[in-house]
Design a protein around this ligand. Sequence first.
Ligand code: MOS
Length: 733
Amino acid sequence: MGIIGQPIDRVDGRLKVTGRAKYAAEFAVPGVVHAVLVQSTIGAGSITGFDLSEAQSTPGVLAIITPQNAPKLTMKGGTQQTVRAPLLQDMAIYYNGQHVAVVVADTLERASDAAARVKVRYQAAEPVTSMDAVLDQAYMPKNFRNGERPADSQRGNPDLSFSAGAANVDATYITPMEHHNPMEPHATIAQWDADRLTVWTATQGISGTQTTLASMFGLDPSNVRVICPYVGGGFGCKGSTWPPVTLAAMAAKVVGKPVKLVLTRAQMYTSNGYRPRTIQKLRFAADDQGHLVSMRHDGFSQMSQAPLGEFAEPVGLATEMLYDCPNVAVTHRLVATNAGLPTYMRAPGLASGNFALESAIDELAVASRMDPLEFRLRNYAETDEHLDKPYASKALRACYQQGAELFGWSRRSHEPRSMRDGNMLTGWGMATSTYPTHRLPASARVRLGADGTALVQVGTQDIGTGTYTVMSQVAADTLGMDVRRIQFELGDSAYPHAPVSGGSMTVASVGPAVLAACQAMRDKLFDMALDDQRLSWSGTDRASLQLRGEAVIGPKGRIPVAELLSHQRQDFVETSSNVKPGEEEKRYAMHAFGAQFIEVRVDPDLGEIRVSRIVAAFDGGRILNAKTAHSQLIGGIVFGLGMALLEETHVDGETGRVVNANVAEYLLPVNADVPDITAILVKNDELVSNPLGAKGIGELPMVGVAAAVANAVYHATGVRVRKLPIRIEDLLV
Ligand code: MOS
């Protein structure tokens, strides 16, 4: 093992910083015309008609597609990434900003102009804009976690043990609606060639997009090609195939030309999901020794109206497994509002749920008069008590110890408002982080040429995380080659199938596929060497052979791959793989872990909160590239800071319209908000979780940040804030 783990630069870094990496909207497709979406201006009700005369008479207009003339979609099949509405198939309005028409014109400006002139007549109804007003109508998800488990779980009797506890917490925590805000907006170019559809689109899952479009238009998936070599961020909003992708393909079919549809920044708040608002009611109790005896976590998350689909934020899943506790109950309920369909957003469930869980644990530590870290160590779970399985590995204790040491946690004073720096109140807070380790089947293809280079192809994505780079490293190590001789290609559904880049599972899924295809290459070259009549290698012990890039090395010397190929009159050797997770999923619980330690400074007069220091330690399993991994950790922590202090989508209570649909008023952390961050990875070389031992670190590092900030704010001020984002006004009490 040579280059795996090394902090090499991104292999696509130069292309990106020089602007030569081509993103979906940048492909030059001859004859392309432009589509613009028209959106509902009411929050509920139905369309009664359109007045298109003015729009149709503006220059350059090629088509105006409305529910009254839109082609009917087949909508058979699909995947969990398929979003089936609103697709101009009926006149119902479910939320403000819903797409109600698509205007196609020869230029973007003309399409935008005509779109502004489309007049829609509505029968308006009163939209439900607040969860709180309809909380009593909460319902159980019909298809929680895509049916892989029930929405509720219970072990022991948490209600009985709650009353018997020596220390209790009974509190409600609230997290807001948030939007993903990737730099690159959703963008699609769709082109039909008879019954074959090609789309260039910004997506975290080309295979899901292929399946979705095939199902929408009644095509065989082999007639749909999806291309996406680069993604300018996704964070979950490009995980599903949202209506604008389908509408672009529909528009291209209607006008008989390739169509480009790029969302505006404002449309990014109404077209591709959001992190739903949650209301979480927690009742925790500990005995007089600080042992958890009861945990109940009742989660309510915001949903759209049912015809748009279903998404339940799984806020209680970490509560089931993070601590040692005999009595635990978790419930998940949905609250329908007139909003778009919510979706996965970085660390779905875990991020929102952890704010409640790790705030309540802090509150219980305070009630038990214990240090928050000591409280967590006392309740350390050696096994997954929900699944009743051992962990493939769990280095959380090392995360606690190394993080606390680097932070200087032992110097923390216990009482709130007891640490000051000049006039500033200083607070130290911590939280545990976890994210499940997922893996799905994946496949890969390798072609080794006589020129000593290898082409590796997988139909996966690089969403900015480093897939190109780390997969090149896996191939280079396995083939015994310099990484510069590996050409790794992804982002084309013509390549071997891979899953969506979501759930932090790309390395764990695609890595083993690349490894297996390269191992098959090694075996094939050894066979060629041993079978080669012109060599006298037959009878040589296979185990004594090595592949060193462009040559096979054996006890009898070195035979260049080019020579093996020429003996067989071939230009290249090709191998492939198709790998699935094995028995390990049945036998072990698999999670990544971490510990966040955060210092805040609060101005006692103004309530201003500054995060001044962060130390975080993570168990991400085996790390394939120390540099891209560190970048992920820092990025995730900054994402967590946004959740803690800044991010919130505001919806007007009367109209149901998003009122801060721009990155000026939707607050995100900027450099001035981000302090010195120390993020380390504890050693864990376990290879049980998957053949590369990678646990996934895309989402893990943001989990726990919000709770650690809230816990630090409590320590600084004595004020417990149970609602995100934490604002100045929360402290001026
Ligand atoms: Mo992630 S929210 O699983 O793209």
